[in-house]
Design a protein around this ligand. Sequence first.
Ligand SMILES: Nc1ncnc2c1ncn2[C@@H]1O[C@H](COP(=O)(O)OP(=O)(O)OP(=O)(O)O)[C@@H](O)[C@H]1O
Ligand SMILES: [Mg+2]
Length: 262
Amino acid sequence: MTGKRLDAVRRAQAPIVGRDRELACLQECWARARVDAGGASVVVFRGAAGVGKSRLAAAAAEMVERSGAAVLELVGSPLHTGAGLYPVRVLLERRCGIGGTSAPRERLRLLTAEVVARRLDPAKMVPLLAPVLGIGADAGYEPIAAEGRKLYLLIVEAIHGYLLACVGDCAGLVIAEDLHWFDTSTLELLAGLLHASRGRLLVVITDRTDQWPPPGWPAEVFDLNPLTDTDPMTDTDPCRSRDSGRTPRRASRVAATDRFGR
Ligand SMILES: Nc1ncnc2c1ncn2[C@@H]1O[C@H](COP(=O)(O)OP(=O)(O)OP(=O)(O)O)[C@@H](O)[C@H]1O
Ligand SMILES: [Mg+2]
């Protein structure tokens, strides 16, 4: 699903049915991120195609947008699983207003305007973000004097800086949609972002596999089952109460080793 399709799905959605425990968990994690209280800030929705992972991610986006905070979407694509940082490229293009047919100089102009709008230094950031967008130095910027792993790490650092600048001083939401289609570099970037944000971000992940989160991630994990007739909220099941504060039955808290130091 591309970023554009995700938006279209969000606009077209009927009200959410059931999933009270999942929604309660999102609310709790968002409240925690807003007061910068640390703790688990990753929620993973896992399950088969069509089970309702994206619907929950959209509910998280609606909740955060209502509070006026930023929502950043990294969306995996089945056609680009091997293309390094492809979800980041799509996010950047959307935020810069870059279309598929924009010429390199126009792409560079839009990227520079976006970097300036985020109050970042274009001289430092543009040469690091331009390669992610496939913009070569011949479009009109001074390339960085680094290569290989060193250049890659500088680019990752610049992306972290850009994403955190989009969120600003407040809490924000990062949605990592369809993680099963993420390339290795974007997965690495996501782990690093969590580390860099130290509790200010809520990260919502959707994944068809059960590969995520890796051991040590402080995450709330929901293995979703298809909705049933009994899913609408009832008063008799305390696990359904949004205010119960209980850890969801189907959620496993993965926090054996908190490598993020929180
Ligand atoms: N709890 C829900 N309430 C109302 N509609 C839902 C709910 N869960 C899913 N749906 C609807 O069911 C359809 C499939 O859900 P969704 O796109 O979230 O599945 P998915 O798990 O993300 O699938 P995929 O792995 O293919 O991306 C969508 O039209 C969605 O709006
Ligand atoms: Mg989906």
